[in-house]
Design a protein around this ligand. Structure first.
Ligand code: F6P
Ligand code: MG
Length: 468
């Protein structure tokens, strides 16, 4: 592990022209305008249902969001949360800590990871302060539209899945290539997020099967061989009738979620695992991240489809949820501002849960940023170095590059890529399949260690979500 003095600074929007700066300057305000417009559209329905009170509450929420947008655009100091949601105390003590370290934490100065998470949490807060809008997902419309636009792609992938899983290959080399194909589908599915496009449609419209094997030149790190060895061990363990759990820390809803479910189905079918635990977000997050409602929407869309293929798969996955081979779980840590290196200290319960897994698959860009602490690591640093001892279990990251950080590159590669394509780090064109089998022993802080830090004493509420 790198000595403390070598740990690089976190990315922030203070550097003009950087991707973080562009995001805070342009993308976040546009996302807020979209949310405000959605609430304007929702207002008539609220008035129809609840009379003038509906109108008053909508206006009050819109005013809070317009204020938030103004504060971001004019780089005002960060403000505390005004709601009474279970995690608001944690958030506010986090903000208090920032005030202790920085004179005046502000939108363009404070680490990008923190303020970007804060914006989404402030949206949740503004909605929650209104009784009628408290559980409203302002991004639901965009996520549903994106599902609709991906329907052809979804049909192709389900057809492929059906064909492969009806008679799974017996020969191990064919199993290896089958898993690889679905891993690639899940990886490139990460292009379909609605945060990078500021909420504009970004669905999978081309045939995703054509991408398989065709995009390898854009893989900057490809640790599939190491992952495969790990999977073989799991297969052996499962064959010996032990239960094997693989966790997928999900990213976006819509086509990406569907591609993740397909990967999970293949892992179960070929005997790599007996259970897949999916981790979802508790709040609408980074526009298109998967919430409980998104999972329900995905399964019900499939189950109610006119197409037999979709209906069968939807029913099969609903049965998996009922029998427990698919488990969906939300933990509030995923929507806190902390990076994952802090999990062991801030949320030992979740760290312990992840330690019980046989393999963790982290999907997408935001998860990658949190794995690396959103720090300016040299591209040649190793994945393990950058994880700063976050090693609860063997771990895989499947991520298309949409932020200015990446580790594990060969010497000279960064310079070569920058010459070829100035946008290589942020366009979503490049990707990594990055794996580590390093596992550090589970050591939870003793009572003595945690005394004096009130944040450690707050129990993290976790719920296992059962989808009917
Ligand atoms: O807002 C920008 C960003 O944080 C980028 O890092 C990335 O483009 C996106 O949001 C989230 O991407 P993903 O859905 O892959 O986590
Ligand atoms: Mg996302």
């Amino acid at each position: 592990m790198a000595p403390l003095t070598d740990i690089p600074a976190r990315l922030s929007a203070s550097k003009e022209g950087s991707w973080a700066w562009q995001t805070v300057k342009s993308r976040l305000p546009v996302i807020l305008v979209t949310v405000i417009n959605t609430l304007h559209q929702e207002k008539d329905q609220l008035v129809e249902k609840h009379g003038p009170e509906g109108g008053c509450q909508s206006k009050a929420t819109i005013a809070l969001l317009a204020k938030l947008r103004y504060e971001i655009m004019t780089d005002k100091p960060l403000t505390r949360l005004e709601d009474n949601l279970p995690d608001s105390k944690l958030w506010n003590s986090f903000l208090d800590e920032l005030y202790k370290c920085e004179d005046s934490p502000r939108w363009f100065l404070t680490p990008w990871l923190y303020i970007e998470c804060l914006m989404y949490r402030q949206i949740v807060s503004a909605l929650h302060q209104s009784k009628l809008l408290s559980i409203f997902d302002p991004f639901a419309g965009g996520k549903k539209a994106s599902w609709k636009n991906s329907e052809d792609a979804i049909h192709s992938v389900l057809g492929f899945l059906n064909k492969q899983t009806c008679s799974p290959p017996a020969d191990i080399e064919n199993v290896k290539s089958l898993v690889r194909q679905f891993l690639e589908l899940s990886l490139w599915g990460n292009k379909c997020d609605l945060s990078i496009s500021s909420g504009q449609d970004n669905s999978q419209t081309s045939n995703p099967l054509k991408q398989i094997g065709q995009l390898d030149e854009f893989l900057l790190v490809d640790d599939y061989e190491c992952l495969w060895s790990q999977l073989l061990q799991l297969r052996e363990k499962h064959g010996g009738c032990n239960s094997v759990r693989i966790d997928i820390i999900l990213d976006n809803a819509g086509f990406e979620l569907l591609s993740d479910l397909c990967l999970a189905e293949v892992l179960l079918t070929v005997g790599m695992a007996s259970q897949i635990m999916f981790h979802i977000k508790s709040y609408p997050w980074f526009v298109s991240d998967t919430t409980e409602d998104d999972v329900k929407y995905c399964l019900s869309k499939l189950q109610q489809s006119d197409m037999m293929l979709e209906r069968c798969q939807g029913n099969a996955w609903a049965a998996r949820v009922n029998e427990g081979s698919f488990v969906f779980r939300k933990d509030e840590y995923w929507t806190l501002p902390h990076d994952y290196a802090a999990m062991r200290e801030k949320c030992p319960k979740l760290y312990t849960l992840l330690s019980d897994s046989d393999l963790l698959i982290f999907k997408g860009d935001l998860n990658y940023r949190k794995l690396l602490g959103d720090r300016e690591w040299p591209c040649e640093a190793t994945f393990d170095e950058a994880l700063l001892a976050f090693n609860p279990a063997p771990m895989l990251s499947l991520r298309t590059l949409k932020a200015e950080l990446c580790v594990g590159l060969e010497i000279g590669m960064m310079e070569k890529l920058t010459k070829q394509d100035k946008e290589w780090m942020v366009s979503g064109k490049y990707a990594v399949i990055q794996f580590t089998d390093t596992v550090l022993p589970l050591h939870l802080p003793s009572k003595a260690d945690s005394s004096g830090d009130s944040r450690q004493k707050v129990a993290i509420q976790s719920t296992v979500t059962v989808i009917e």
